[in-house]
Design a protein around this ligand. Structure first.
Ligand SMILES: C[S@@+](CC[C@H](N)C(=O)[O-])C[C@H]1O[C@@H](n2cnc3c(N)ncnc32)[C@H](O)[C@@H]1O
Length: 293
């Protein structure tokens, strides 16, 4: 990603949450709190995102959004929203079963940490993200509870995830942690993924879990959504956010050791997370993996 600017993809995902929350058919897939938090971040980010927010809240924009999806990645909006719903449910389940720490890596403008902070008063949370994105995320929230919700800026291409910075802000490796890396790893080279899982292992008490997404390599070795158009390839390259890494499910199980892969969730599993989605296009190619140590 470009070094001084927040991730454009992260902004797009925040906009998707607002858009689908306002859509009568999909409204129930995104909580009002999530949509409001995303709207607040878009409102404060720039003049363009404020304008975008106004536009995506209009009913007339919905067919245009469908058209944009058709020429970019068919089904990407539902993919983003369902991917979030799935990971949030996994996090909530871990927190209901004795996990007391959550670390979100590459959180972008995802409102999950704010929601979990609100709903789980005994839990401590950290977000680790590229400084350019993180700066823009915290700016609209001047009263963040610095006791329980911590923000650590790191460019993972330039420096490894720093356990010391986590521990200095109260992270305890002896407590069970739920780690999240959603929509991040495809932007990092394979070596950084290997380093990351080693680092996380060293910081994880037994029973800790790691939920992350990865691009499933296609049979021709390409790393992209199946319905991704050339326009998107070009846009990701232009924005310096090209997909760098992908793998197969079997390959991932090997790469993850000693983490145990518990299960994968793909577009068909995501489809089951909401009513009336049986015939809806949902972008195929990015898979959620839940692993445990
Ligand atoms: C596609 S966004 C996903 C955001 C969020 N996880 C979500 O799903 O809504 C990618 C995220 O990865 C982060 N990212 C990309 N390259 C990074 C790097 N080198 N170091 C740290 N974070 C990075 C971006 O800042 C952004 O927050």
């Amino acid at each position: 990603m470009q070094n001084e600017e927040a991730s454009r993809t992260a902004l797009l995902i925040a906009a998707s949450l607002v858009l689908l929350h306002g859509h009568p058919k999909y409204s129930g897939l995104v909580s009002k709190t999530s949509a409001d938090l995303c709207a607040h971040m878009l409102e404060r980010y720039s003049l363009q995102t404020r304008l975008l927010l106004k536009i995506i809240r209009q009913g007339w924009f919905r067919p245009i959004a469908k058209l944009i999806e058709r020429v970019t990645i068919q089904g990407i909006l539902l993919h983003y929203v369902l991917r979030k719903k799935c990971i949030a449910a996994l996090a909530r389940s871990a927190l209901g079963n004795g996990t007391t720490q959550v670390v979100i890596i590459g959180g972008g403008f995802d409102p999950l940490s704010f929601e979990l902070h609100e709903n789980f008063p005994g839990v401590r949370l950290w977000e680790i993200d590229h400084p350019a994105t993180q700066l823009q995320k915290v700016r609209p929230f001047p009263k963040i509870d610095a006791e329980r919700l911590h923000f650590i800026p790191v460019d993972l291409n330039a420096a490894a995830l720093n356990g010391e910075a986590l521990i200095k802000s109260g992270f305890d490796p002896a407590h069970r942690t739920f780690w999240i890396a959603e929509g991040l790893l495809m932007y990092l080279p394979a070596e950084i993924f290997s380093l990351l899982i080693k680092t996380l292992k060293g910081l994880s008490a037994s029973g800790s879990q790691f939920a992350f997404t990865f691009m499933e390599k296609q049979s021709d070795d390409r790393i992209r959504f199946h319905s991704q158009s050339k326009l998107v390839d070009w846009w990701l390259r232009e924005r310096s956010e090209p997909f760098l890494w992908g793998t197969t499910r079997g390959g991932l199980i090997d790469l993850m050791r000693p983490w145990r892969v518990i299960r994968f969730f793909d577009h068909d599993n995501l489809r089951e997370l909401g009513p009336g989605l049986a015939d809806e296009p949902i972008a195929k190619g990015e898979v959620i993996c839940l692993a445990e140590i």
